[in-house]
Write a protein of this length. Structure first.
Length: 395
């Protein structure tokens, strides 16, 4: 039987997992544990057409992982028969250390831990997942796949903030990026789809989920990306501001009496589409806009305006543009956002075909007209498969 990889994405109060066949790309089982540490937990395990749900409390990550392993045992597929060759862990921040996947050992665990100050919301729970999984599955290699790895070798002018050099160096302040696994996967799929020699292909990938980021990719290398020291910078997101004048922070601290933690919470969790409209889900925002809500109409324009700015900027960074790809929840599904984002960009050779943009499909596809100067694509992302393949590539 073919080999499989168990992919784990451990968050602060959740564990997402998927058992993947890296060769065929087939997902053999997937699921999630939510509300870890709360009075009622939620576990959902999908195997084939069967879905199992539990609502018992899940006190901690170790308990959650044990429940998941129990479900594999009880509902299947039985892991002992699944020929697992690796456990792949999603880790958000690999700092300056990793530009690719790495076999987890105690030293790697130490580095991920030391990087926690630049990813306080993500690295600690990622690490908890790694610790628990290593304990429960000690006989398989564990591989860490970093969200930042694809951007580790960004050209210095793109990675460097114009911040006092000593301060930047001492506190490791630079652009690390995020969503790298998705940007790498989607840009590689897009190059395949477009065909021909991809060595100098100039691509922009727009990963638009609840978190959102843009990247500029030449050949197989990222040359710029919109997320920075943390995933707060760049595009307008579900609950994050994206780019904002840093002086807003001083202004609010001085004049609104807000603490740093309150401003952190405001910019990360109470802004973006949610802050503008009350909803982070674009589907609800569009519904409001259709019903005549002016704030929602403006919010969609703010979202699209930011996208257009980044497309223009990255085309300039690369000296032109060959491929523009949309991916993730919004990018794959939202016809309105896609149309607004590229409106007026005909001067760059960017156009979309209305019928192609409206057509619904789960497949990677062109939405630009035949013969257009820039290939505009929708490419469903698959971070789990990308992590599984990277894990196997290392072994
Ligand atoms: P995450 O960043 O949490 O992984 P996803 O990539 O799954 O998120 O994207 C989730 C977001 O995708 C939702 O918040 C919603 O805004 C958007 N979305 C999902 N389906 C649609 C749809 N059919 N139309 C518009 N937006 C959608």
């Amino acid at each position: 039987m073919s080999s499989t990889v168990l992919v784990i994405n451990s968050g602060s109060s959740s564990i997402k997992y998927q058992l993947v066949d890296p060769a065929s790309g087939e997902s053999l089982a997937s699921g999630l544990v939510e509300r870890i540490g709360e009075s009622e937990g939620h576990v959902k395990h999908r195997a084939g057409s069967e879905t199992t749900e539990l609502h018992d409390p899940v006190p901690d990550h170790a308990n959650g992982m044990r429940t998941v392993l129990g479900l594999f045992e009880k509902v299947g597929p039985v892991l002992a028969d699944a020929n697992i060759v690796a456990v792949g862990h999603r880790v958000v921040q690999g700092g300056e250390y990793y530009d690719g996947p790495v076999l987890v050992d105690d030293e790697v665990v130490g580095v991920i831990d030391r990087l926690s100050p630049v990813a306080p919301l993500h690295n600690p729970p990622n690490l908890t997942g790694i610790r628990v999984a290593r304990e429960l599955l000690p006989d398989v290699p564990h591989v860490a796949v970093f969200d930042t790895a694809f951007f580790r070798n960004l050209p210095a002018p793109a990675a460097t903030y114009a911040l006092n050099r000593e301060v930047a160096e001492r506190y490791k302040v630079r652009r690390y990026g995020a969503h790298g696994t998705s940007h790498q996967y989607v840009s590689a799929r897009a190059a395949e789809l477009v065909g021909g020699d991809s060595a100098n292909l100039r691509q922009i990938v727009l990963h638009l989920g609840n978190g959102a980021s843009a990247s500029a990719v030449v050949g197989a290398h990222a040359v710029d990306t919109s997320m920075g020291l943390t995933p707060l910078e760049g595009l307008v997101m579900g609950t994050r501001t994206g780019d904002i004048d840093p002086a807003v922070v001083f202004h609010l601290a001085r004049n609104a009496g807000m603490s740093i933690d309150e401003i952190d919470d405001l910019l990360n969790k109470r802004s973006g589409m949610k802050g503008l409209t009350g909803h982070n889900d674009l589907r609800q925002v569009h519904r409001l806009a259709e019903s005549g809500d002016e704030a929602a109409t403006l919010a969609v324009e703010v979202y699209a305006h930011r996208l257009r700015k980044y497309i223009g900027a990255y085309a300039a960074v690369m000296g032109g543009l060959d491929v523009l790809s949309f991916t993730a929840g919004v990018g794959e599904n939202d016809t309105i956002v896609r149309a607004r984002a590229v409106a007026g960009l005909e001067f760059l050779g960017v156009e979309i075909d209305e019928a192609r943009n409206e057509a619904r499909s789960k497949e990677a596809r062109f939405i630009s007209p035949d013969g257009a100067r820039v290939a505009v694509l929708v490419v469903p992302t698959n971070e789990e498969l990308a992590i599984a393949r990277q894990a196997v590539s290392l072994l």
